[in-house]
Ligand binder design. Structure first.
Ligand code: SF4
Length: 423
């Protein structure tokens, strides 16, 4: 553990950069959690049957009276030309919006097929926005597997929202929490910020399309998710400034995340402690229940969600696990600076993927637990490795003090299951 020493952790560790075949979901996956978050939005994927299939299987068995995402399939058709394609898209969107007056925000989501790439979805969004203004706002972003992996879909979606955010008048100070969080987590965070005297606090994305937060030179923003590089850049172009902090995972991460905002607001030390200590104690008690299963165990992360580095930091420092390799699809050095400094020295960092080489390294290391995407989990389980699906870490509320125990439990479960199987 590097916590007690003045070590720089992995701040200067060289990163193994790999390019090659990779096994990750595309950015369409983000729709599965974003459609639950923005309650009056609809996501219309302009894509193929594969896209429709991916969404159905990623969404699992969700039963809706009124679904909030769909796929307009434009491949496998005799297209007379782009004009027809645009007309068809307009027809589908118009029919949807006329039938569903509850939709306030429509996202046209781009995908991979060449017919889709040729379509100008930004112009289609403008055209439809004008037609349905002011009742519906129509925006577009790409969830294509060529341009995005898994969580980058959320980054692209939030980036599309930033130009729509109203301007904060003058230099009024506000805190913007950026990244989709479960409502239960947002409510807890709001209580902590209120007790710290930090505010007003707003969230991006908001729960409703009309609740787009204001942004301006007085906006300080805290990232709640580590995969929002483009969103951050867009916010900065509107004058907002990032508060550097680790991510709110585990007792320590949550305290440091809250503390960073509190210090930016000039909150004094005794108040910070009074607010954070009870939560931290609750979290540590909950973590203690899983330590026996996790302490001393080794863990290997394949790149998938960009949550890998903060998760490895949490598991190493609070659960005494041993990260062997931590892979991330993309390493954002400045957003990860606090996290890297806390990661134990000697952890191998990799960015991008060459899946065969990485599988070889994983087999050599023979970790107790491997975190990976669904595509790798089954073959690795068949080889005798215990795996954890990284997608669950995105779908489950894991941020904040009161979710810390659940977060540890997600890693403990595959090991407990394995012990039972071996008995
Ligand atoms: Fe659709 Fe491309 Fe994603 Fe496949 S990778 S589901 S074609 S967007």
């Amino acid at each position: 553990m590097s916590g007690a020493t003045a070590s720089a952790g992995c701040a200067t560790t060289p990163v193994l950069r790999e390019r090659g075949q990779h096994e990750v979901f595309c950015g369409l996956t983000g729709i599965v959690w974003l459609h639950r978050k923005i309650q009056d939005a609809f996501f219309l994927v302009v894509g193929s049957r594969t896209c429709a299939h991916l969404l159905q299987s990623a969404a699992g068995v969700m039963i809706f009276a009124e679904p909030r995402f769909a796929t307009a399939i434009i491949e496998e058709r005799d297209l007379a030309g782009l004009a027809d394609c645009n007309a068809e898209l307009d027809r589908v969107a118009t029919r949807l919006l006329e039938r569903r007056p509850d939709i306030r925000l429509l996202f046209l989501v781009g995908s991979c097929p060449s017919e889709v790439i040729k379509l100008d979805l930004a112009r289609a969004a403008q055209r439809l926005s004008q037609r349905f203004s002011p009742a519906v706002r129509v925006l577009n972003y790409s969830g294509s597997g060529i341009e995005t992996t898994f969580t980058q879909g959320e980054d692209a979606c939030l980036t599309a929202l930033v130009p729509e955010m109203p301007a904060e008048p003058g230099t009024a100070r506000s805190l913007l929490v950026v990244g989709a969080l479960a409502e239960v987590v947002e409510d807890q965070m709001l209580r902590h910020f209120a007790a710290l005297g930090v505010g007003p606090v707003r969230f991006l994305p908001g729960r409703r399309a009309a609740e787009l937060p204001a942004v301006g030179p007085g906006t300080r923003y805290l990232l709640a998710q580590p995969f929002l590089g483009d969103t951050a850049r867009a916010l900065e172009s509107r004058g907002a400034t990032r508060i550097a902090a680790p991510f709110p995972l585990g007792a320590e991460g949550t305290t440091r995340w809250l503390r960073a905002a509190a210090e930016a607001w000039g909150c004094d030390e005794s108040r910070i402690r009074a607010v954070t200590e009870p939560g931290e104690q609750r979290a540590r008690a909950a973590l203690g229940r899983h330590r026996e299963q996790l302490a001393g165990r080794s863990i290997f992360f394949f790149p998938d969600s960009q949550l890998e580095i903060p998760l490895a930091r949490f598991l190493a420092r609070e659960m005494d696990m041993r990260p062997i390799e931590v892979g991330t699809p993309y390493l954002h050095r400045s957003h990860m600076a606090e996290e890297l400094a806390m990661l134990p020295e000697g952890t191998r960092l990799s960015e991008g993927q060459h899946v065969d080489r990485q599988l070889d390294r994983c087999r050599d290391a023979n970790p107790d637990l491997t975190v990976c995407g669904l595509g790798l989990a089954n073959p690795l389980e068949a080889e005798g490795f215990a795996t954890k699906w990284s997608i669950e870490l995105v779908f489950t509320p894991i941020q904040g003090y009161d979710q810390a125990g659940d977060l540890a439990g997600l890693f403990a479960r595959p090991l407990v299951r394995r012990t039972r199987l071996e008995l």
